[in-house]
Design a protein around this ligand. Structure first.
Ligand code: IMP
Length: 196
């Protein structure tokens, strides 16, 4: 029988991505599937703090082993901003967030940045963290229609196109999230082998 594990998200895209990697050995349950419709607190000032906070909430209130993720964009010349505030940077949606970021980088030639994801896994009494980073640069204007968030203004290292132009197949191979999920999967699959 497959071992059940909860991914503290209802984001269908993230669930699909993770289930595709873990699916053979684990049944990955969403928050909806465990009957959780709560507004889970996310008030820490680091990605790892938020990921741990979300995972701990599920463990405490629903009793499942689980993992949670938190990610964002960190711009070098802005001291790592917007960071944990990536989703709420402008107070508006993604378009307003990109406008604000491009405005804050006007006249700046140093445009290095990175996307970062941290996944917190809570199994039994243990907490494990997995991190994924993709380095790149911020463009001067939006390019491409695909993706979400800051994708139209981020060009990953080794490419000339933005995440929005590259498409999901390439993005899902090289992204911060993919890297963190791969590390999580490697750990979980190793654990299964030890247990069986
Ligand atoms: P989350 O923690 O994965 O929900 O990400 C928080 C915010 O960071 C999102 O709302 C986006 O603004 C930004 N972000 C995270 N990952 C990505 C990505 O892959 N592309 C574009 N923006 C992202």
């Amino acid at each position: 029988m497959k071992q059940k594990i909860v991914f503290a998200t209802n984001n269908a895209h993230k669930l699909e991505e993770v289930a595709a990697i873990l699916g053979e050995n684990y049944e990955v349950l969403s928050l909806r599937e465990i009957g959780c419709h709560d507004d889970i607190p996310e008030t820490a000032d680091t990605f790892s703090g938020n990921a741990i906070q979300k995972a701990q909430y599920i463990k405490e209130h629903y009793g499942y082993d689980c993992f949670a993720d938190d990610s964002g964009l960190e711009v070098d010349v802005l001291g790592g901003a917007p960071g944990v505030f990536s989703a709420r940077y402008s107070g508006g949606g993604s378009e307003a967030n990109m406008d604000k970021l491009l405005h804050n980088l006007t006249e700046k030639s140093e445009r290095g940045a990175q996307f970062r994801t941290v996944i917190a896994l809570l199994v039994g009494e243990e907490t494990h963290l997995f991190e994924g980073v993709v380095r790149g640069t911020i463009t001067h204007e939006r390019r491409g229609e695909g993706g979400f968030g800051y994708d139209p203004i981020f060009v990953p290292e080794g490419y000339d196109l933005t995440f929005a132009q590259l498409g999901s197949e390439i993005k899902n191979r090289i992204s911060h999230r993919a890297k963190a999920v791969e590390k999580l999967a490697e750990y979980l699959c190793k654990q299964l082998k030890i247990e069986n």
